[in-house]
Design a binder for this molecule. Structure first.
Ligand code: ZN
Ligand code: ZN
Length: 186
Protein backbone atom coordinates (compact mmCIF):
# COMPACT_ATOMS: atom_id res chain seq x y z
CA UNK A 1 0.00 0.00 0.00
CA UNK A 2 1.19 3.49 -0.83
CA UNK A 3 1.61 6.08 1.90
CA UNK A 4 -1.96 6.72 3.06
CA UNK A 5 -1.30 10.40 3.70
CA UNK A 6 -0.21 10.92 0.10
CA UNK A 7 -3.17 9.09 -1.45
CA UNK A 8 -5.66 11.17 -3.45
CA UNK A 9 -8.42 10.02 -1.06
CA UNK A 10 -6.59 9.12 2.17
CA UNK A 11 -9.79 8.08 3.97
CA UNK A 12 -10.63 5.56 1.24
CA UNK A 13 -7.02 4.37 1.29
CA UNK A 14 -7.15 3.89 5.08
CA UNK A 15 -10.44 1.97 4.85
CA UNK A 16 -8.94 -0.24 2.14
CA UNK A 17 -6.31 -1.49 4.61
CA UNK A 18 -6.61 -5.23 5.23
CA UNK A 19 -3.30 -6.71 6.36
CA UNK A 20 -1.92 -6.11 9.85
CA UNK A 21 0.87 -3.92 8.42
CA UNK A 22 -1.54 -1.84 6.37
CA UNK A 23 -3.87 -1.28 9.32
CA UNK A 24 -0.89 -0.27 11.49
CA UNK A 25 0.37 2.19 8.91
CA UNK A 26 -3.08 3.65 8.21
CA UNK A 27 -3.74 3.87 11.96
CA UNK A 28 -0.52 5.87 12.47
CA UNK A 29 -1.61 8.23 9.70
CA UNK A 30 -5.02 8.57 11.37
CA UNK A 31 -3.36 9.50 14.69
CA UNK A 32 -1.50 12.32 12.93
CA UNK A 33 -4.50 13.42 10.85
CA UNK A 34 -6.56 14.94 13.67
CA UNK A 35 -10.15 14.75 14.95
CA UNK A 36 -11.95 16.06 11.84
CA UNK A 37 -10.44 13.43 9.60
CA UNK A 38 -11.20 10.79 12.24
CA UNK A 39 -14.84 11.84 12.32
CA UNK A 40 -15.06 11.86 8.51
CA UNK A 41 -13.54 8.39 8.40
CA UNK A 42 -15.98 6.99 10.96
CA UNK A 43 -18.90 8.59 9.07
CA UNK A 44 -17.81 7.05 5.81
CA UNK A 45 -17.15 3.60 7.29
CA UNK A 46 -20.60 3.49 8.88
CA UNK A 47 -22.53 5.07 5.99
CA UNK A 48 -23.60 1.62 4.77
CA UNK A 49 -25.39 0.87 8.04
CA UNK A 50 -22.60 -0.77 10.05
CA UNK A 51 -22.85 0.33 13.71
CA UNK A 52 -20.44 2.97 15.05
CA UNK A 53 -18.15 1.57 17.77
CA UNK A 54 -19.32 3.06 21.12
CA UNK A 55 -15.83 4.02 22.19
CA UNK A 56 -14.65 5.32 18.81
CA UNK A 57 -13.52 8.64 20.29
CA UNK A 58 -11.19 6.89 22.75
CA UNK A 59 -9.57 4.38 20.41
CA UNK A 60 -6.20 5.07 18.89
CA UNK A 61 -6.00 5.10 15.09
CA UNK A 62 -5.05 1.48 14.64
CA UNK A 63 -7.69 0.12 17.01
CA UNK A 64 -10.36 2.39 15.57
CA UNK A 65 -9.61 1.22 12.06
CA UNK A 66 -9.62 -2.42 13.11
CA UNK A 67 -12.99 -1.99 14.85
CA UNK A 68 -14.48 -0.30 11.79
CA UNK A 69 -13.18 -2.92 9.39
CA UNK A 70 -14.52 -5.77 11.55
CA UNK A 71 -17.97 -4.18 11.61
CA UNK A 72 -17.90 -3.63 7.88
CA UNK A 73 -17.14 -7.32 7.33
CA UNK A 74 -19.93 -8.38 9.68
CA UNK A 75 -22.44 -6.10 7.98
CA UNK A 76 -21.59 -7.28 4.50
CA UNK A 77 -24.56 -9.31 3.32
CA UNK A 78 -23.80 -12.92 2.61
CA UNK A 79 -24.93 -14.05 -0.81
CA UNK A 80 -23.92 -17.71 -0.97
CA UNK A 81 -26.17 -20.44 0.48
CA UNK A 82 -24.93 -22.31 3.55
CA UNK A 83 -25.60 -26.05 3.75
CA UNK A 84 -27.09 -26.00 7.25
CA UNK A 85 -28.89 -29.24 8.08
CA UNK A 86 -30.80 -29.23 11.36
CA UNK A 87 -33.39 -31.50 12.98
CA UNK A 88 -36.49 -29.60 14.13
CA UNK A 89 -40.06 -29.90 15.32
CA UNK A 90 -42.52 -28.79 12.63
CA UNK A 91 -44.23 -25.57 13.69
CA UNK A 92 -47.34 -26.56 11.71
CA UNK A 93 -48.01 -30.26 12.35
CA UNK A 94 -45.68 -30.94 15.29
CA UNK A 95 -43.76 -33.73 13.60
CA UNK A 96 -40.18 -34.39 14.76
CA UNK A 97 -38.19 -33.90 11.57
CA UNK A 98 -34.77 -35.59 11.40
CA UNK A 99 -31.69 -34.30 9.54
CA UNK A 100 -31.86 -34.50 5.76
CA UNK A 101 -28.37 -35.96 5.54
CA UNK A 102 -27.89 -35.85 1.78
CA UNK A 103 -29.47 -32.40 1.58
CA UNK A 104 -30.24 -29.74 4.18
CA UNK A 105 -33.71 -30.33 5.59
CA UNK A 106 -35.50 -26.99 5.22
CA UNK A 107 -39.15 -28.06 5.46
CA UNK A 108 -41.39 -30.71 7.00
CA UNK A 109 -41.65 -33.90 4.90
CA UNK A 110 -45.22 -34.55 6.10
CA UNK A 111 -47.02 -31.20 5.69
CA UNK A 112 -44.30 -29.40 3.65
CA UNK A 113 -44.44 -26.27 5.81
CA UNK A 114 -41.27 -24.35 6.62
CA UNK A 115 -40.18 -21.31 8.63
CA UNK A 116 -39.09 -17.90 7.40
CA UNK A 117 -35.66 -17.91 9.04
CA UNK A 118 -33.26 -17.41 6.11
CA UNK A 119 -32.48 -14.54 3.79
CA UNK A 120 -30.06 -16.69 1.81
CA UNK A 121 -30.54 -20.47 2.32
CA UNK A 122 -28.96 -21.50 5.62
CA UNK A 123 -27.92 -18.04 6.88
CA UNK A 124 -30.69 -17.78 9.57
CA UNK A 125 -30.57 -14.01 9.01
CA UNK A 126 -34.29 -13.35 8.50
CA UNK A 127 -35.70 -11.65 11.57
CA UNK A 128 -39.24 -12.81 10.67
CA UNK A 129 -39.62 -16.41 11.90
CA UNK A 130 -43.13 -16.68 10.39
CA UNK A 131 -44.67 -19.91 9.09
CA UNK A 132 -43.91 -20.51 5.40
CA UNK A 133 -47.09 -21.98 3.91
CA UNK A 134 -46.67 -24.05 0.73
CA UNK A 135 -48.82 -22.56 -2.04
CA UNK A 136 -47.61 -24.22 -5.23
CA UNK A 137 -45.41 -26.89 -6.76
CA UNK A 138 -43.27 -25.78 -9.68
CA UNK A 139 -41.03 -27.76 -12.03
CA UNK A 140 -37.27 -27.24 -11.90
CA UNK A 141 -34.90 -28.34 -14.63
CA UNK A 142 -34.33 -31.36 -12.39
CA UNK A 143 -37.01 -32.13 -9.82
CA UNK A 144 -39.66 -29.91 -8.29
CA UNK A 145 -39.72 -26.85 -6.10
CA UNK A 146 -42.23 -25.73 -3.50
CA UNK A 147 -43.33 -22.12 -3.53
CA UNK A 148 -44.08 -20.62 -0.13
CA UNK A 149 -45.78 -17.54 1.17
CA UNK A 150 -44.87 -16.36 4.67
CA UNK A 151 -47.94 -16.17 6.90
CA UNK A 152 -46.35 -13.32 8.88
CA UNK A 153 -44.77 -11.00 6.29
CA UNK A 154 -46.10 -12.25 2.94
CA UNK A 155 -42.67 -12.79 1.37
CA UNK A 156 -42.51 -15.65 -1.15
CA UNK A 157 -39.71 -18.19 -1.06
CA UNK A 158 -38.83 -21.47 -2.73
CA UNK A 159 -37.46 -24.78 -1.45
CA UNK A 160 -36.63 -27.87 -3.45
CA UNK A 161 -38.93 -30.90 -3.06
CA UNK A 162 -36.78 -33.52 -1.29
CA UNK A 163 -37.38 -36.95 -2.79
CA UNK A 164 -33.96 -38.47 -2.13
CA UNK A 165 -33.67 -38.09 1.65
CA UNK A 166 -35.07 -40.28 4.44
CA UNK A 167 -37.96 -39.78 4.90
CA UNK A 168 -38.68 -38.10 1.54
CA UNK A 169 -41.37 -35.43 1.17
CA UNK A 170 -44.80 -37.10 1.29
CA UNK A 171 -45.91 -37.64 -2.30
CA UNK A 172 -49.54 -37.34 -1.28
CA UNK A 173 -48.91 -33.87 0.14
CA UNK A 174 -47.04 -32.75 -2.99
CA UNK A 175 -49.82 -34.12 -5.25
CA UNK A 176 -52.54 -32.50 -3.13
CA UNK A 177 -50.77 -29.16 -3.48
CA UNK A 178 -50.51 -29.58 -7.27
CA UNK A 179 -54.20 -30.46 -7.48
CA UNK A 180 -55.31 -27.58 -5.26
CA UNK A 181 -53.26 -25.21 -7.40
CA UNK A 182 -54.81 -26.55 -10.63
CA UNK A 183 -58.30 -25.76 -9.30
CA UNK A 184 -57.51 -22.39 -7.76
CA UNK A 185 -58.55 -19.25 -9.67
CA UNK A 186 -55.12 -17.51 -9.83
ZN1 ZN B 1 -45.25 -30.50 9.37
ZN1 ZN C 1 -41.82 -13.81 6.94
Amino acid sequence: MKDVGKAKDPIAAALAARSRGEVKEAGAWLDRAGPEIRRALVDRATAGGAPRPDDWEQLDGKRLLRALLDREDAARVRTTPIARDEAFTCAHCGREVPLGGRRPRDHCPACLHSLHVDVVPGDRAAGCGGLLVPIAVEPLRKGLSLRYRCAACGEERRNRVLDDVDPPDAQAAVLALMRARAHSPD
